[in-house]
Design a protein around this ligand. Structure first.
Ligand code: PBG
Length: 327
């Protein structure tokens, strides 16, 4: 058989396979999302996310230390307040739960990079991501509160803010607020391309943030759309975003690639709660190999174009990288 091309030549040996690898991954790209709850001495498992916990501020340090030891250098914090109200006032309270968490985390682990998720849904009694006018989420009045929320997080110690609300114009509103208050070097990572997705189900259980009525389809994107993803991304570039995000990650590789190719900002992909829980459940049932699957999912996001990977498996992935399973 006279074959000129034999792709298998490059696959016959592990050293060679690694040498010609097209996608390389690194622990420095990992971000771990973490839930902080009001109260003391709490570390409670989230029923829909086995292995993930809600921590009170005084117990959060043990997890932060674990992450640092594993080589994960960034966390994204979500606050779960004791009381929710119509206006989501806990989101922008100076002594709100996430603000307290930032202060404590900065003091306990000064080298850890702290990212604040900026949204209202964990703080509103109705579970929507902004202020209501009737049954509608009102865009422009919400912007002011999002900007306040971002400012209060940065004042408390957040190194970066990440708006996840999907209101129009939020990046510009937050940028202006931060700049006016002397924080012009604090970056904004925009959840630019965020879909109305059933993959967020376990998160809403974790944060008690499921909408009390209706759904999020009037602000989060319709998952049938691709051109619109580019429109959203380009708007956020113009408004001054420093990093863009596509969310969820697993079923949206096409859009990670598209945004990567058509913008010049660093790109994050968020492997969301549903992705985590599906892997956990299937692994528990003995249907899949958890470690190999999470490695494969992560590499698929990087291969699609992600520079940053936000995942509940951050620590496990870091360990897999140490073991040389991916790299
Ligand atoms: C807040 C927010 C959500 C997620 C991140 N920020 C929930 C939502 O939009 O309903 C989801 C993250 C996950 O599922 O892991 N708006």
């Amino acid at each position: 058989m006279e074959l000129i091309h034999r792709p298998r030549r490059l696959r016959g040996n592990q050293v060679l396979r690694k040498m010609v690898r097209e996608t390389r991954v690194d622990k420095s790209s990992l971000v771990y999302p973490m839930f902080i709850i009001e109260g003391t001495n709490i570390k409670e498992e989230i029923p829909s996310m086995e292995g993930q916990y809600r921590y009170s501020v005084d117990r959060m340090e043990e997890k932060l230390a674990e992450l640092c030891d594993a080589g994960v250098s960034a966390v994204m914090l979500f606050g779960i307040p004791a009381h929710k109200d119509e206006a989501g006032s806990g989101a922008y309270a100076q002594d709100g739960i996430v603000q307290k968490a930032f202060r404590k985390a900065k003091e306990a682990c000064p080298d850890l990079y702290l990212i604040g998720d900026v949204c209202m849904c964990e703080y509103t009694s109705h579970g929507h991501c902004g202020l209501l006018r009737g049954q509608e989420v009102d865009n422009d009045s919400t912007l002011e509160l999002l900007a306040e929320t971002a400012l209060s997080q940065v004042q408390a110690g957040a190194d970066m803010v990440a708006p996840s609300d999907m209101m129009d114009g939020r990046v510009a509103a937050i940028r202006q607020m931060l700049d006016q208050n002397g924080y012009n070097s604090t970056p904004i990572m925009s959840y630019a391309v965020k879909f109305a997705s059933s993959f967020y189900g376990p998160f809403r259980d974790a944060a008690g943030s499921a909408p009390a009525f209706g759904d999020r389809k009037s602000y989060q994107m319709d998952f049938h759309n691709r051109r619109e993803a580019l429109k959203e991304a380009m708007m956020d570039v113009k408004e001054g975003a420093d990093i863009l995000m596509v969310k969820p990650a697993m079923a949206y590789g096409d859009l990670i690639r598209q945004v990567k190719d058509q913008t010049s900002l660093p790109l994050a992909a968020y492997s969301v709660s549903g992705e985590y829980s599906m892997v956990k459940a299937a692994a528990k049932a003995g249907f899949i190999d958890e470690e190999r699957i999470l490695c494969e999912m992560a590499v698929s996001a990087y291969r699609a174009g992600a520079d940053i990977y936000i995942t509940y498996f951050a620590k496990e992935l870091a360990e897999c990288m140490d073991k040389g399973m991916i790299g």
